[in-house]
Ligand binder design. Structure first.
Ligand SMILES: C[S@@+](CC[C@H](N)C(=O)[O-])C[C@H]1O[C@@H](n2cnc3c(N)ncnc32)[C@H](O)[C@@H]1O
Length: 236
């Protein structure tokens, strides 16, 4: 069978030079918390095994794609000490910021992929992730760049493979066209059901869903965010 085409990461990996505190957090914490997808074969990584060194066993693993500065990830990790979290973020300044908060909060239930989340999806074992978050992903607004959007047939199929039966994929955006794109792609995907029952379900952020920096930016720019939740249908 032909190999699938290689994944391409769009977007930046580095920004301004890091402040000393963040550089120190990166140097001290990242080696122990980093997960390198290249170390694992396709579909072979049991993510629960990444948390064997955590102080308490984890009952499930959740995944955040593009965590930015990490405020949602650290808030969820604090609220759910019985869950293991994998955060994917290729932008090293965001990773450094997250790690400074991990050190401050003494959190030991977060692991990090400093790369394209698609690479992690490819190596995760089937049905190994209970919940995934994709919050305010880059909208790639120009039509010719729409194919760079994270939500698309390849990543939807990959997410359907790694989610547990009944697992959830939560997404948010403040970009109208990307919202329509998410809904078009996800409602056409046979493995997912949209959980919304009434308009309030997509207009209001659920209470167990802490706000992010980009949500704040969207609101300040007069672009109300939309919150979407999809459930992985049970496998037959
Ligand atoms: C617009 S920012 C949103 C950050 C954060 N989720 C928030 O709401 O504040 C999008 C983030 O996704 C990251 N990103 C882009 N492509 C990605 C990919 N393929 N895998 C993981 N993260 C990605 C970017 O580096 C950036 O930090």
């Amino acid at each position: 069978m032909a190999e699938p085409p290689l994944r391409t990461l769009y977007g930046r990996r580095r920004g301004k030079p890091l402040r000393p505190g963040r550089r120190a957090a990166l140097q001290q914490l990242l080696p122990a918390l980093r997960v390198n997808p290249a170390d694992h074969g396709a579909g072979r990584l049991d993510p629960h095994a990444l948390f064997e060194t955590a102080s308490a066993p984890v009952r499930a693993v959740w995944l955040e794609i593009g965590f930015g500065a990490g405020e949602h990830l650290t808030a969820q990790a604090k609220a759910h000490p019985d869950i293991g979290f994998i955060g994917c973020e290729p932008f090293i300044n965001g990773v450094a910021r997250l790690l400074a908060d991990v050190a401050r909060g003494g959190l030991d239930n977060i692991r990090i992929v400093v790369d394209d989340a698609g690479l992690l999806l490819d190596c995760l074992a089937e049905g190994s992730i209970e919940r995934a978050f994709l919050l305010f992903p880059d909208p790639w607004p120009k039509r010719r760049h729409n194919k760079r959007r994270f939500v698309g047939p390849r990543n939807i199929a990959a997410m359907a493979r790694v989610l547990t039966d009944g697992g959830q994929w939560r997404m948010a955006t403040d970009h109208r066209d990307y919202c329509r794109w998410m809904l078009d792609h996800m409602t056409a995907a046979p493995d997912f059901t949209w959980l919304a029952r009434r308009p309030g379900d997509w207009r209001a952020r659920p209470e167990d869903w802490p706000p992010t920096r980009y949500e704040g930016k969207g609101i300040a720019a007069g672009q109300p965010p939309i919150f979407l939740g999809f459930q992985r249908r049970p496998r037959n």
